[in-house]
Design a protein around this ligand. Structure first.
Ligand SMILES: Nc1ncnc2c1ncn2[C@@H]1O[C@H](COP(=O)(O)OP(=O)(O)OP(=O)(O)O)[C@@H](O)[C@H]1O
Ligand SMILES: [Mg+2]
Length: 611
């Protein structure tokens, strides 16, 4: 038997190794920006074409490289940043593995131009498939420019795995924002398809936060600053009222390196305690500086996960620092106590409630109209003559997700939908301005108005993107929309789909848009807020679920366009909502799987009453 093992050629080995470091255009953005920071640049410019699939280029005014280093930098394990393993625990640079450029050169076409201050001419190197194609002296300013073109041109399978431009651009912007936040004193710009979307002059951390996360946070953040011998924590946290429904604006940096840590996030959440709801997420940008010996940054190729020597101390420290900051700026709910005190002082509360007072109250016209109005809505058996309602199959109401169940429920509900012809008087009752009570002979339904409307809009939008365009209602007073540069880039990618759904949104200057029209039949009272929430939700979905871009968009728009809980509906509106719901292909749940209604059986009620 012949021997079978052979060494892989360098370029193949590099391609395989590159998989860990360079997964998408955004990975290259991170690596190139970090190299520029490590080179001591004070001005860093990022250029993106086609969401980075065609071009990711970073130019800096940093140290530059000698001619030899310019060739060396593409070798695997070639680095100027560490010399031995001990250095790893004194590391102050972002890079140290010496594999980012080798990885990029293995999976893309790369052009490097670099010049040191002391050199006359710059060196230009073109490289692809890990092989140098050309090297020549050129004229260029001091610093370095690296252009990565046509990522994965030589690994088609991986190129096919790249997501839509909107999704890839979101990753690019995420990485850009992380580096730009970590180094507020450096100038950064981002130019996307020839248009400059970020232009960030160097300055304070607070200034950088406002540039990146929106001026909205001005006067809405409090500063955190605690110093000890062991570690320092500084940065900003949002006041409780700025907490959002999605966890977008949360950043930890350890020795200026962006990291992800559910554990430390928990420490911050704990510090807010009862100040915010359990389902909302406060903004924070927190820097933790400690002796590099206390952290291992080499646990993951992308360096976004790290290990602390003593995680518990860091946790306790962050929690205390954030708590302290929030208390210091008296954001703790002292207001509530004051309010309570003044309520306690009111006459009506201080006096005992007597029988005399009771009869005065129940005799009042307000009390009577209120109770009479309620009685008028009492369930009158004479009104619930919809015999065919009792025919629906209870089993179909459960297990909404199996195709078989969907089919049964649809068939059974067709007969239902005819029951909701507006001419027919069905006594519908709205409860808590949230549910619609739909009675029949053998059971009743509680329909969740918001969930039901969400399902209806979702199916309409689905039909729209499948080629039956949604009609648009023109806005009488077009609203303008000012977005952060990051959101602008995302919205631009979404415009064609949104248009098919009935939105007319036009670009209007830098980071601004005008909403000229919205889909007909949708809650459009505040179209601006709807679009902002759609962007917010879109980001939320894309980080948590593996859904297609279109599906995410459909769900976001449906969720935002639906009537809210707490809105009083007329009889007619309730009728329409129900007939639309039961005309849906899958009436019993929203696209994300929450029930649109629950069914209560008469039989079960009787059992509960011991009958
Ligand atoms: N923009 C730049 N300016 C000056 N030198 C650079 C620049 N980019 C890279 N280099 C040099 O090339 C070397 C290799 O870069 P590369 O990103 O591959 O590795 P690294 O930064 O040392 O480690 P890591 O793989 O962890 O990023 C660096 O150590 C540095 O000396
Ligand atoms: Mg590097």
């Amino acid at each position: 038997m012949p021997d079978r093992i052979s060494l892989l050629p360098d370029n193949i080995a590099n391609q395989i190794a590159a998989g860990e470091v360079i997964q998408r255009p955004a990975s290259a953005v991170k690596e190139l920006l970090e190299n520029a920071v490590d080179a001591g640049a004070t001005e860093i410019k990022l250029f993106i074409n086609d969401a980075g699939k065609a071009l990711v280029q970073v130019t800096d005014n940093g140290s530059g490289m000698s001619e030899t280093d310019a060739r060396m930098c593409f070798e695997r394990h070639a680095t100027s940043k560490i010399k031995n393993i001990d250095d790893l625990f004194h590391i102050r640079t972002m890079g140290f593995r010496g594999e980012a450029l080798a990885s990029i050169a293995a999976v893309a076409q790369v052009e490097l131009r670099t010049k040191r201050d002391t050199d006359e001419t710059a060196t230009c190197i073109e490289i692809e498939n890990s092989a140098v194609l050309k090297q020549s002296p050129v004229a260029a300013p001091t610093g370095t420019s690296i252009a990565m073109k046509n990522l994965f041109f030589n690994v088609p399978a991986r190129r096919n795995f790249l997501k839509s431009n909107a999704a890839e651009m979101r990753h690019v912007i995420d990485e850009f924002m992380r580096v730009a936040l970590a180094f507020p004193e450096i100038f950064f710009s981002l130019t996307n398809n020839g248009q400059e979307v970020f232009h960030l002059e160097g300055g304070s951390l607070k200034g950088r936060i406002l540039q990146l996360l929106g001026t909205y946070y001005n006067a809405k953040v409090v500063s955190v600053k605690e110093e000890t011998d062991y570690l320092n924590v500084y940065g900003f946290v949002g006041k409780p009222e700025t907490a959002k429904r999605t966890r977008g604006d949360q950043y930890f940096f350890v020795n200026n390196r962006f990291i992800k840590s559910a554990y430390l996030n928990h420490a911050v959440m704990n510090a807010y305690q009862s100040m915010i709801g359990s389902d909302s997420f406060p903004m924070y940008v927190l820097f933790i500086d400690l002796n590099p010996e206390q952290v291992d940054v080499n646990v993951h190729p992308t360096k976004q996960e790290i290990k602390f020597e003593d995680e518990k101390i860091v946790y306790a420290f962050i929690q205390a620092a954030v708590k302290h900051a929030l208390a210091q700026f008296s954001i703790t709910p002292t207001l509530d106590f004051e309010l309570n005190a003044s309520i306690q002082g009111l006459d009506a509360i201080q006096q005992p409630f007597t029988d005399e007072k009771r009869s005065a109250t129940t005799g009042s016209t307000i009390f009577q109209t209120f109770t009479e109005a309620n009685q008028a809505h009492k369930i009158d058996p004479g009104h619930t003559e919809l015999k065919h309602w009792s025919s629906y199959d209870q089993s179909s109401l459960k297990g909404a997700s199996t195709p078989a169940a969907e089919k049964t429920s649809k068939e059974n509900f067709y007969s239902l939908s005819s029951a909701f012809a507006p001419a027919e008087a069905v006594a519908l009752i709205q409860i808590f301005s949230t549910y619609i009570l739909v009675p029949s002979a053998e059971n009743f339904l509680l329909v969740h108005q918001q969930a039901a409307h969400e399902r209806i809009i979702y199916e309409r939008l689905m039909a729209a993107v499948e080629g039956r365009p949604m009609s648009t209602q023109q806005s009488l007073f077009p609203t303008s929309l000012q977005l952060s540069p990051g959101d602008t880039a995302i919205l631009q990618e979404l415009l064609p789909d949104l248009q098919q759904m009935g939105y007319i949104i036009e670009p209007f200057g830098t980071n601004a848009f005008v909403i000229q029209g919205t889909p007909a039949d949708m809650n459009s009272s505040n179209e601006k807020e709807v679009i902002e929430k759609v962007l917010e939700q879109y980001k939320h979905f894309s980080s948590e679920l593996k859904l297609s871009k279109r599906e995410m968009l459909l769900r976001s728009v449906a969720a935002q366009g639906a009537i809210r809980s707490g809105v009083t509906l007329s009889e007619r509106e309730m009728q329409n909502l129900l007939s639309d719901l039961f005309a849906c292909a899958v009436p019993n749940s929203t696209a994300s799987g929450r029930p649109t209604y629950l069914e209560f059986k008469k039989e079960a009620l009787e059992k509960m009453f011991g009958r």
